[in-house]
Ligand binder design. Structure first.
Ligand code: EPU
Length: 419
């Protein structure tokens, strides 16, 4: 397995271009199978999760071609309605084919995602919603089995605003008979992106981005082109890198409106931020120490849990004590022990991290446990004394496109050591 090797201490300067959002590309690709016509998806990040989604769609019988950041999918015929354990265990987002398969082909067998490094991640709300739409749903031998004649529109209340749950139900409802209302829906920008794509294909969706989404079912969806929105988590990660190294970075090709909670917290640390239409400039070059700030992760429009590990790394070198409260996932703290190995002063109290910043972290070999934890460790390495080796890089490759190359452009001493 590859290792990322970072020699800390370089101040980051320059511009970086943000890739398409992984968490938008995945549901959009899954939704292509809702119709038989060609869909051309642009700005698809070249990351391992996207490759896995491509494999899954091909296994189902769709034709999928990737050319750089463009994916072309034709799902005229489906040979299989089964998402096997071998794929789902490597990527939980595989569960996103459940709704589309059921809606278009009347059946779906999808492996139940297993344990996860960031806490228990049930799919009960996905299943309860599909049942409301008239499907017979059971779990047998580790697989979700769902069957239905044409789904029927219904009122669905989500106990928790789940992102992929809302996406699965929205996709399924597109082809249902009658009107579906999803209450307490997730409001993430990725939900809006998926709704925009589905609408271009003839779906009738209102309210995406609010907590009530209404979908009037149609008989079929046509093909369409689409451009995936920029990745707000990738953008946030580079902004934190600029802040932690006391540098000045510009993230280009981003959506500043999707970054508001992150920008608000970064501003509190003392950095200067200038927002343009599609760019954010962050300047931390005149700051001696960043200030500690408290952060609470929440569903959108709150502070994203996918930026929690990166903020924990930043707080590890800030002046003062901060409290980071994780409310979305029950135990998304696998980065903490590794940050401690680099000298961070972090105490875990239930779902809170109490972090007292230190002047300097020290480089060490560390182990990544999930995608965003890995990003947090990379950031810590960038400003640590000496060399940090981040092992288990495959987590990073799942969701960051050309991370080392982009950080090198900003002046970081980072390289990949091939296994
Ligand atoms: N939940 C339930 N029941 C369900 C579904 C969710 O109780 O049926 C709970 C979860 O346990 C969690 C909360 O609801 O406590 C929110 O989870 P959600 O379902 O929204 O998460 P997800 O859809 O599985 C997506 C992203 C994650 C991101 C979360 C939260 C994709 C492919 N994944 O996951 O992204 O952390 O939303 O914003 O969109 C990542 O990119 O690193 C990542 C983990």
């Amino acid at each position: 397995m590859d290792t990322i090797v970072i020699t800390g201490g370089n101040v980051l300067h320059g511009e970086v271009r943000i890739s398409g959002a992984k968490n938008s590309a995945l549901p959009i690709l899954a939704s292509t199978i809702l119709g038989g016509e060609e869909c051309v998806i642009n700005n698809v990040p070249q990351v391992v999760d996207v490759v896995t989604m491509g494999k899954l769609l091909r296994l189902l019988g769709a034709q999928v071609e990737h050319e750089g950041n463009r994916a072309v999918v034709r799902a005229g015929v489906i040979h299989s309605t089964q998402a096997p354990y071998e794929l789902v265990k490597t990527m939980r987002a595989s569960v996103l084919v459940l709704g589309p398969l059921l809606a278009r082909w009347g059946e779906a067998t999808v492996s139940l995602p297993g344990g996860c490094a960031i806490g228990s991640r049930p799919v009960n709300i996905h299943l309860a919603g599909l049942t409301k739409l008239g499907a017979e749903v059971s779990v047998e031998h580790g697989y979700i089995r769902a069957r239905s004649r044409r789904l029927k529109g219904a009122l669905i209340y989500c106990d928790v605003p789940t992102v992929t749950g809302t996406e699965n139900l929205m996709m399924a409802a597109c082809l249902a008979q009658g009107t579906t209302t999803i209450e307490n829906a997730a409001k993430e920008p990725e939900i809006v992106d998926l709704a925009d794509f589905l609408t271009k294909r003839g779906a009738k969706i209102a309210g995406a981005g609010s907590d009530i989404i209404t979908i009037e079912g149609v008989r079929e969806l046509r093909g369409s082109d689409h451009e995936v929105i920029p990745d707000r988590i990738e953008a946030g990660t580079y902004l934190v890198a600029g802040a932690m190294t006391k540098g000045a970075v510009v993230v280009n090709g981003c959506r500043p409106d999707h970054l508001e909670p992150v920008l608000a917290k970064l501003l509190e640390t003392g950095v200067t931020i200038k927002v343009e239409k599609e760019a954010v400039h962050l300047d931390a070059s005149k700051i001696n120490r960043l200030k500690a700030v408290d952060v609470r992760t929440l569903p959108s429009p709150g502070f994203p849990t996918d930026m929690q590990a990166q903020m924990a790394a930043l707080m590890a070198v800030a002046e003062g004590t901060s409290v980071i409260t994780e409310t979305v996932f029950e135990s998304r703290f696998m980065h903490v022990e590794e940050l401690r190995r680099m000298g961070a002063n972090i105490r875990v109290e239930g779902n809170r991290l109490v972090i007292t910043g230190c002047e300097r972290l020290t480089g060490a070999p560390v182990m990544a446990s999930d995608l965003r934890a890995s990003a947090g460790l990379i950031l810590a390495g960038l400003c640590a004394d000496g060399v940090t080796e981040v092992l288990r890089v495959y987590h990073l490759d799942r969701g960051y496109e050309r991370l080392e190359e982009k950080l090198q452009t900003l002046g970081a001493a980072i390289e990949r050591r091939k296994a």
